[in-house]
Design a binder for this molecule. Structure first.
Ligand code: HEC
Ligand code: HEC
Length: 295
């Protein structure tokens, strides 16, 4: 008899609790939706626009990517560092992306790709060249790698995009990280002298890049069949000279700006593969933008 009473009261308590919970949920869900999402959602008032966040160099490791993107991030990193192995058929020379974007672009002292996910898409109308990161990367495959452009919907491209995004974690969108991109050119009036550059090459570069410039087991080629082609960014004296002055010899850069300009002129005069376009490389422009000539 006592047990039956106890059982009855317990059931009553449980039922009351369930009913109470239902009431709470019912009223929460049926409460009218607020017109604004809260006091913070009213937008900045004039004059109080927050200062832009400062980009901080702190690229996360590929293996620290969250589980759902980790395999793609890891594959992207491998494509950057062992390009021929992981993007077979798209590389026409003896180079890897990492030869110019050291450590897959994760380094600061290189053409760094940390923050690149926050910098794109950008539209470079005047050069008739638009760039989301897929188009930009297709250019590097065709030119720097003297190869073929992987399609935007290929696994190669998609994993590179995920990789770029991951190593750009925390960089505010459309900020300008001070380490990103090469300077446009050296601030120096020196007239590049290829003959003087030949001496710089022999004295400083040849021990790693080879007497013939065709590369060695410890450093990639600078010219010849295995090098970047004549459509590559590096095949400009201004780009090569900034790169050589800032980063070469690797790990202990030592050139004067004059030497960098001279050796760039020397390398520029050497034979290398010819650029062949494998995709349109620009978007179809229908609407002329300010500053653009009508077509
Ligand atoms: C101590 C060896 C060493 C010396 C000396 C050296 N480099 Fe390099 N260089 C490298 C390595 C290694 C790489 C590729 C880095 C990587 O893959 O991480 C490289 C990459 C390059 C690249 C980009 C990749 C390519 O092959 O086009 C250029 C350009 C370059 N070096 C130019 C020069 C010039 C010019 C000099 C002489 C002023 C020079 N290097 C001296 C080791 C060296
Ligand atoms: C021979 C050197 C070289 C090689 C190899 C190379 N790149 Fe580049 N890359 C460059 C140069 C030079 C730029 C332009 C940098 C600038 O203007 O600041 C660039 C720019 C880029 C950019 C845009 C960076 C930015 O800040 O706008 C991406 C992305 C990129 N490369 C990806 C790749 C990938 C992926 C590969 C391999 C498939 C590759 N690159 C191979 C030299 C190279």
């Amino acid at each position: 008899m006592n047990q039956a009473k106890l059982f009855f009261s317990l059931t009553l308590v449980v039922l009351l609790l369930i009913f109470g919970a239902w009431l709470v949920f019912f009223f929460q869900w049926s409460a009218p939706m607020p017109r604004t999402a809260g006091p913070t959602a009213t937008g900045p008032t004039t004059g109080t626009v927050p200062a832009p966040l400062e980009p901080v160099f702190n690229p996360p490791a590929p293996e620290d990517a969250p589980e759902q993107i980790r395999p793609m991030v890891m594959l992207g990193y491998k494509i950057m560092t062992e390009t021929k192995k992981y993007a077979p058929g798209y590389v026409g020379n003896d180079m890897a992306c990492t030869n110019c974007h050291f450590d897959g672009g994760r380094s600061k002292d290189t053409i760094s790709l940390v923050g690149v996910g926050a910098k794109y898409p950008l539209y470079r109308g005047r050069r008739e060249y638009t760039a989301d990161l897929a188009l930009r990367t297709q250019g590097c495959f065709e030119r720097s790698m003297d190869g073929k452009a992987p399609a935007a919907d290929s696994q190669i491209m998609q994993s590179l995009l995920v990789y770029y995004q991951w190593i750009s974690k925390g960089i505010p969108i459309y900020s300008t990280p001070p380490w990103a991109a090469l300077a446009h050119h050296l601030e120096n009036d020196h007239k590049p002298d290829a003959e003087a550059g030949a001496t710089v090459y022999k004295d400083v570069c040849a021990r790693c890049h080879g007497d013939d410039g065709h590369g060695t087991p410890i450093a990639p080629p600078l010219w010849g069949d295995g090098a970047y082609n004549d459509g590559a960014g590096m095949n400009r004296i201004r780009t090569f000279s900034v790169f050589a002055w800032r980063f070469m010899p690797k790990s202990s850069p030592s050139l004067t700006q004059e030497e960098a300009l001279d050796v760039a002129a020397y390398a520029h005069g050497q034979p290398r593969p010819k650029f062949k376009a494998t995709h349109p490389n620009k978007i179809e422009r229908v609407i002329p933008l300010p500053g653009e000539a009508k077509k």
